[in-house]
Design a protein around this ligand. Structure first.
Ligand code: NAD
Length: 488
């Protein structure tokens, strides 16, 4: 099961697919480079095509009946084994992910990789403890049962590839589906390491497959295959639309976790220091976080005070090598992405938006962009209405709660919203009136894996998390037995 391997940060990483329990290498490859040093080629990774997609779906379809027939507890044993192996391999996974997408090494070591293990454990336990809804009515005993849906394609983006991939694959597998994972071509390596652990955990061949390659090539082939019965996608709204069209052709249910442009609303009654400190956290991971609150909306009476505190908190950031524990802001993932972020800021300037701080690359070689704050000339400005996915926040003020809510709800996105206020009653009103899949008050990124997760508007379709995900990966079945049916 070895396949071609390269050394990345002292770890031997397979560069091929993992199909039917075997490493498969493609003749064609794509280059994977490190954002920490763009001159460094990490790997030539297999560039899957329609033949690889077909082989992976065939394997997943062949493995499906036996995996679906196992009890939830039997499947849970595999997921728990995999979770244990992830916990035993935090260090190599963290080092490879850091090299590949430049997330801070310390946070990978301390939180992000072990969250992958938690994802598998949480869904193993949830699926095992599922209590089907049962009741009597109209002379029948009734129950809602879950049927595993079938082969499932999971497509993930380049930011947090390990965490996001495990978050989606865990419920699919726990629900009894077989999986084909296709990670993003800008950060494909940690998911390859995951397949080594799948192999060690002795999953039956074909249950959990990995295909590497370009989205428009092998990704498009996978989501167009009629044998696939679920598609789970995380990425941009543009790709979400394309996948939705492909899914519709085969009437394949799909779920889409898409981009965000979250408001970060600060009221005068808030703890301003706490709010400003948290706002500066939006620059972590170079702002490449879908859930970030990137539109700062601050009550006018405290705007100057808040701004000074934010300026100080942002100035404390250290842009540097993600392997250095002192670094708090990593480089961006790719020169194309850096150019995209830069383009947003340059267009904002050209349209009369005011750059309050930042607004330039870091003054040396590399993919760093300075934490940037922009005051837009209008709420219709591109920089307010479009996701930048970089270390760029906007700054606007409001006079009243109604105005704050109107501004907060004024983009086509609806993934998350953050509110800072000292008043519970105000918090409750905003909780009711803000349009977003997740609303955090006086906190950020606190996650309970049983909670629903997803977006409204162009931020997504469907909900993941807890039983919501297990329902998506299942076909619900209504089972009715006439009450006087005799035993025997
Ligand atoms: P992207 O849409 O460009 O790519 C995502 C994945 O889709 C990649 O694996 C890519 O290869 C694949 N893909 C591209 N075209 C495809 C096609 N036609 N058919 C099948 N697959 C295809 O997104 P990205 O640039 O990798 O990620 C950034 C985006 O992801 C941002 O918008 C961000 O907000 C979003 N995101 C959302 C969440 C969430 O939970 N809502 C989490 C992380 C990232």
């Amino acid at each position: 099961m070895n396949g071609r391997r390269v050394d990345v940060a002292g770890v031997a990483v397979a560069t091929g697919h993992y199909i039917n329990g075997t490493r498969v290498d493609s003749a064609r490859t794509f280059e994977d480079r490190s954002p920490l040093d763009w001159t460094l080629k990490l790997a030539d990774v297999s560039r899957g095509d329609g033949t690889d997609a077909d082989a992976a779906v065939r394997a997943a379809a062949a493995a499906f009946p036996a995996w679906a027939a196992k009890s939830a507890a039997e499947r849970a044993a595999y997921l728990h084994r995999l979770a244990d192996l992830i916990d035993e391999n935090v260090e190599p996974l963290a080092r490879v992910e850091c090299e590949d997408m430049a997330m801070l090494l310390e946070s990978l070591r301390l939180r992000v990789i072990s969250r992958g293990a938690r994802n598998f454990r949480a869904y193993a336990d949830l699926a095992t403890n599922y209590a089907s809804r049962r009741w009597d009515s109209n002379g029948t005993h009734n129950a809602v049962l879950r049927m595993p849906a079938g082969p499932t394609v999971v497509i993930t983006p380049w930011n947090a590839p390990f965490m996001l991939s495990t978050w989606k694959c865990a419920p699919a597998l726990a629900a009894g589906n077989t999986v084909i994972l296709k990670p993003a071509e800008w950060s494909p390596l940690s998911c390859s390491l995951l397949m080594d652990l799948v192999d060690q955990a002795q999953f039956p061949p074909g249950v959990f497959n990995l295909v590497q390659g370009i989205g428009e090539e092998v990704g498009a082939a996978l989501v167009s295959d009629h044998r696939v019965r679920r598609i789970s996608f995380t990425g941009s709204p543009e790709t979400g639309r394309a996948i939705g069209v492909a899914a519709a052709r085969n009437l394949t249910p799909f779920t889409a976790e898409l981009g965000g442009k979250g408001p970060f609303v600060v009221f005068a009654d808030a703890d301003l220091e706490a709010a400003a400190t948290k706002a500066a956290v939006m620059f972590d991971d170079a702002g490449q976080v879908c859930l970030a609150g990137t539109r700062l909306l601050v009550e006018s009476s405290v705007a100057d005070d808040f701004l000074e505190r934010l300026r100080a908190a942002s100035a404390a950031h250290v842009l540097g090598d993600s392997r250095d524990p002192a670094t708090t802001v990593s480089p961006l993932i790719h020169p194309e992405h850096l150019a995209r972020v830069e383009g947003f800021v340059e267009r904002a300037r050209a349209h009369g938006d005011r750059v309050i701080f930042g607004g330039a690359r870091l003054d040396h070689e590399g993919l760093w962009y300075l934490p940037t704050l922009i005051e837009p000339h209008s709420n219709d400005a591109e920089i307010v209405q479009h996701e930048v996915f970089g270390p760029v926040l906007t700054f606007q003020t409001f006079e009243t709660e109604d105005e704050a809510i109107a501004l907060a709800n004024s983009t086509p996105y609806g993934l998350s919203a953050i509110v800072y206020t000292g008043a519970q009653s105000r918090a409750d009103r905003l909780g009711e009136r803000l349009r977003a899949g997740t609303i955090w008050v006086n906190t950020f990124l606190v996650r309970d894996l049983t909670a629903p997760f997803g977006g409204t508007g162009i931020s997504g379709i469907g909900r993941e998390g807890g039983d919501y995900a297990l329902d998506f990966y299942s076909d619900l079945k209504m089972y009715q037995v006439k009450e006087d049916t005799t035993h025997g």
